[in-house]
Ligand binder design. Structure first.
Ligand SMILES: [Zn+2]
Length: 284
């Protein structure tokens, strides 16, 4: 196992180590149930097994997530009635993610993705027989045709497109009028991340990009994306929106940003933060 310092307590594994302590990530319909005495962002999003005992009755499924703070951790899917139990608060996923550390973020994403994966892969896609949980791997297995299904991770690119002291912000048609973000899209089969960046940006806003720089990656549990974050420079500043995936897109100077965008704990926000920091150093 890697040193805990490198992972900040999060270790993705399919195997329990039989620790004395144990943690539970409690999920209700895609939301999290946390101990009420921990405000979001301030306290652990995993519940101590002793405290989680009162939730056991409401448990529908559980999966080993790995280890959290050196102890075994499971995700429990609970029926909605569990939210009425004293001592716990149901919180919306996005607000939890917005206030989470990198390690907590990973733990939550893994927990939710494993639940989603198990529900959606009950049957073999080849022969239709029920899949069984593999005893050796974190996989679902069809014993009749020996096919294993692993949790599906879908890589996406997300990019801050920059032109001098401005960054491109776009709004999806389903978003509120004042919410904007950077551009993002799935990597298509056969594409490299760089090809996906060129294609997505051109499709959505009609702009060609250059000087692509990788910033970092982050899981995103809707339901199993891996966001690869980049900065890129626009060759031109003329925006032509596609009108389907993007309802509105504008250039914003680093000191005149839109009202609502992602916090820096989320990749989109991290890219915007980096754009502002670099622009201040260059133009401020
Ligand atoms: Zn099969």
């Amino acid at each position: 196992m890697l040193a805990p310092l490198q992972l900040n307590g999060f270790y993705a594994s399919s195997k329990a180590i039989g620790s004395t302590n144990k943690w539970v990530v409690a999920v209700i319909d895609g939301d999290l149930l946390i101990a009420s005495d921990n405000s979001v962002g301030a306290g652990p999003i995993a519940i101590d097994i002793g405290q989680a005992d009162s939730l056991n009755f409401f448990r529908e499924r559980s999966i080993c997530v790995g280890q959290w703070q050196d102890s075994d951790c499971e995700v429990w899917e609970l029926i909605p009635e569990a939210a009425a139990i004293d001592g716990f608060t149901r919180v919306e996923l996005r607000s939890v993610l917005a206030g989470s550390s990198d390690a907590e973020f990973s733990l939550i994403c893994r927990a939710l993705q494993l639940l989603d994966w198990e529900v959606k892969h009950k049957y073999c896609g080849s022969c239709g027989q029920p899949n069984l949980v593999s005893e050796t791997d974190h996989a679902l297995q069809c014993h009749s045709c020996d096919i294993q299904q692993y949790p599906r991770i879908s890589p996406c690119v997300i990019v801050a497109v920059i032109k001098d002291d401005k960054c491109l912000f776009a709004r999806h048609p389903s978003w509120p009028a004042n919410r904007f973000s950077t551009l993002a899209g799935f990597i298509e089969a056969g594409e490299s991340a760089e090809q996906a960046l060129h294609r997505e940006v051109f499709e959505e806003v009609g702009i060609e990009i250059e000087n692509i720089r990788y910033v970092g990656s982050q899981a995103w549990p809707y339901p199993g994306q891996l966001m690869l974050g980049y900065m890129a420079e626009a060759k031109t500043d003329v925006i032509k929106i596609d009108g389907v995936e993007i309802a509105e897109a504008n250039w914003h100077r680093y000191d005149q940003l839109p009202d609502v965008f992602a916090p820096p704990t989320i990749m989109a926000g991290r890219l915007i933060e980096q754009f502002v920091m670099e622009s201040k150093a260059k133009y401020g």
